[in-house]
Design a protein around this ligand. Structure first.
Ligand code: HEC
Ligand code: HEC
Length: 343
């Protein structure tokens, strides 16, 4: 009696063990199939790291909903939260541009103020506000200026989605590569004023074919993506409070990124001087005027010397603040306040 009882127990134990083994096997197979990278972690070397490319990841069906929504907002801004949005309540951006018209390759292109690693750069002190600002504040800076629109609420689904996208493209960014994705390439600031004739000649030669004779760009008429070639001035462009309206900032952007397809941050096509005259030329035309810009930079000595709108904490002319020469102003702030200005 006792023997047969322990035999049953033994058979039962063996049975359970086999069952367990099979389940573990299936579980492993399942995990592997759904995402092989969970088990096979390839070590990517720091120099080979690249930001995530949403166009490649979406078809795999593993991009989170908010990340995908963030991408849509940033790359089809006008249709989603701008003048082309069907729902009037969603009209936040004021022009038909997309964020990605300046933050190239969906914000992953080094040398175009990329968003790779950007959420880690905030909160950050901001001279324009003279206080620490968050990533949401910074996004709204571009909403009000580059997009000539109004702020998105910090807690809105749209704001959260944009931030989620920025975090997602940056996953795994090695420390050594952070600087590469930060900001624009430097330029050596010419010690002369912008020459608008030089700028115009360069514009005709290098830019007009895409951005058009009158800088208006090319708006896609199917209402899908906004611009094929974004405008450089005029009513549908960034406003005078935008970073791109500073000649030195625009020159850096142009050097690192334009003509589109021919230049990159580590292989520019134009010289620093050429980018400088071009930046002055595109910013010499009319564009929307932002309200209350006199409230920017409560501590006026922190205002970049290439800010075109006053007031300033110096006696240089409005003309010089717009077109240079900038080095004398930079020297002035260095001597008077010990400040090292770069723009
Ligand atoms: C007209 C060009 C332009 C457009 C359009 C634009 N931006 Fe920007 N953005 C800039 C420039 C220029 C800077 C850097 C400004 C500076 O150096 O003062 C910047 C900076 C930023 C930064 C901070 C980057 C960093 O590394 O500190 C974020 C975030 C940002 N923009 C988000 C956006 C979002 C979101 C949109 C769309 C709602 C947008 N931008 C549209 C030109 C643009
Ligand atoms: C081959 C076409 C092409 C040429 C040539 C070209 N661009 Fe662009 N440019 C673009 C496109 C496309 C974008 C937007 C990129 C995107 O959305 O991915 C852009 C964006 C810009 C922007 C930022 C967005 C805006 O509208 O404010 C500026 C500034 C700019 N270009 C200036 C220039 C200048 C200056 C030149 C001449 C040196 C130039 N481009 C030559 C196609 C071109």
């Amino acid at each position: 009696m006792k023997d047969s009882k322990s035999l049953v127990k033994l058979i039962f134990k063996i049975f359970i063990s086999i069952l367990l083994l099979i389940s573990v096997g299936f579980l492993g197979l399942y995990v592997y199939n759904s995402s092989p990278s969970n088990l096979v972690k390839e070590k990517i070397s720091e120099k080979d790291w690249v930001p995530k490319d949403i166009q490649l990841e979406i078809p795999k069906g593993i991009v989170a909903k908010d990340v995908e929504y963030g991408y849509q907002l940033l790359s089809e801004t006008s249709k989603r939260i701008g003048p082309m949005a069907e729902d009037q309540k969603m009209h936040f951006s004021g022009n038909n541009m997309s964020c990605t018209n300046c933050h190239l390759k969906a914000g992953t292109q080094a040398g175009s103020a990329s968003w790779v690693g950007v959420t880690k750069r905030f909160p950050q002190y901001n001279g324009r506000a003279n206080k620490e600002i968050t990533i949401e504040d910074r996004i709204n800076g571009c909403m009000e200026r580059s997009m000539n629109g109004k702020k998105l609420p910090n807690k809105s689904e749209e704001m959260k989605a944009m931030v989620a996208y920025m975090e997602w493209i940056s996953e795994g960014l090695p420390k050594e590569r952070q600087e590469e994705f930060n900001g624009f390439p430097d330029i050596e600031i010419p010690n002369e004023a912008v020459n608008l004739e030089t700028g115009k000649a360069l514009f005709i030669k290098e830019c007009m074919i895409c951005h058009g004779e009158t800088g208006q760009g090319l708006l896609l008429t199917d209402g899908s993506k906004g611009y094929q070639f974004p405008p450089l001035w005029g009513a549908d462009s960034y406003n005078n409070g935008a970073g791109m309206n500073r000649v030195l900032t625009a020159a850096q952007f142009i050097k690192g990124n334009m003509p589109f397809g021919q230049a990159s941050y580590n292989k520019p096509k134009l010289t620093d001087d050429e980018a400088f005259h071009l930046a002055g030329y595109i910013n010499s035309f009319e564009r929307p005027i932002m309200e209350n810009t006199e409230e920017d930079y409560p501590d006026l000595k922190k205002k970049p010397v290439s800010t075109s709108y006053g007031p300033w904490k110096d006696q240089f002319s409005a003309e010089q603040h717009k077109y240079g020469p900038f080095p004398p102003m930079i020297i002035y702030y260095k001597e008077k306040y010990g400040m090292n200005k770069t723009k």
